[in-house]
Design a protein around this ligand. Sequence first.
Ligand code: FAD
Length: 268
Amino acid sequence: MSPHPRHRRMLTLTVRAAERVSPHFMSVTLGGADVQHLERSGYDQSGRLFFADPGNDEVVLPTGGRWMLQHTLRSGRRRPRVRSYSIRRFRPEASAFDLEISLHEEDGPPAPGTAWALAARPGETVAFLDEGYGYQPSTGARWQLLVGDESALPAILAILERSAGTLPAEVFLEVPAVEDIRHDVVTLPGTTVNWLPRQGDTKTPAKPGSLALEAVKSARLPEGPFYAWTAGEASLATGVRRHLVGERGVPRSDVSFRGYWRYGRAAL
Ligand SMILES: Cc1cc2nc3c(=O)[nH]c(=O)nc-3n(C[C@H](O)[C@H](O)[C@H](O)COP(=O)(O)OP(=O)(O)OC[C@H]3O[C@@H](n4cnc5c(N)ncnc54)[C@H](O)[C@@H]3O)c2cc1C
């Protein structure tokens, strides 16, 4: 599903701003001269972010394309954390772009991505490597179905903004809490955004993604050929695809899907 970027390099960037958007989201702006080397591609473009745990100043960030080798050779506190995030918004006038990081709570120490986003301060250095995109609407689609959990919120909002004027959308977006619902989403006529907050729904199953999957299964979808894009917890993405192909007869080639994370398992 993911066309790799044609040209890419490891970008060295600094945190420009970090702001709490809602109880479970931080927006982090990254910028610097290296942004000029980031080629804008698909609407759900993402990259690998390399960062240090808060308080660890021994980390050595990767500088070249052979990051995996560098990563393997570094050990202990010198090895950076690596997590994937979508580019929520480009800010070309400021040589910057925004990420939005969902904050989640575990028993025990906070997950690295959550801890980093909460502690991010202007001036901190990170590295970022473009990983391409997956959004490729099928020719002939008259509308699009976008389904995700909170990890896919940045990509879905970017897709909605960047595809405005082309394809109306039916969106199913699961978020942790009612307060995480965005009220400033501008949509095309014909687009419907179904927000699915987990908290506040007493019937909600514990596992993230289940609410969105059930909502899609029981939805009355618009008529006509469509393109589907789904991402989030792995069972959500694969479950939506299986449902569309198996029960609604959607051609496999009209469905892009990607597990962004796996329940109970840390990235890398
Ligand atoms: C292409 C791509 C684009 C992505 N874009 C974004 C994005 O824009 N914003 C974003 O927030 N995430 C995004 N993700 C998902 C993100 O990379 C993962 O959620 C990652 O695991 C977060 O790292 P962590 O350190 O917070 O948790 P980890 O250390 O990886 O995991 C620790 C524990 O938390 C659980 N966990 C991991 N992620 C979540 C979550 N989102 N909600 C609840 N529990 C979780 C794990 O199952 C594990 O039990 C993207 C992933 C991919 C592959």
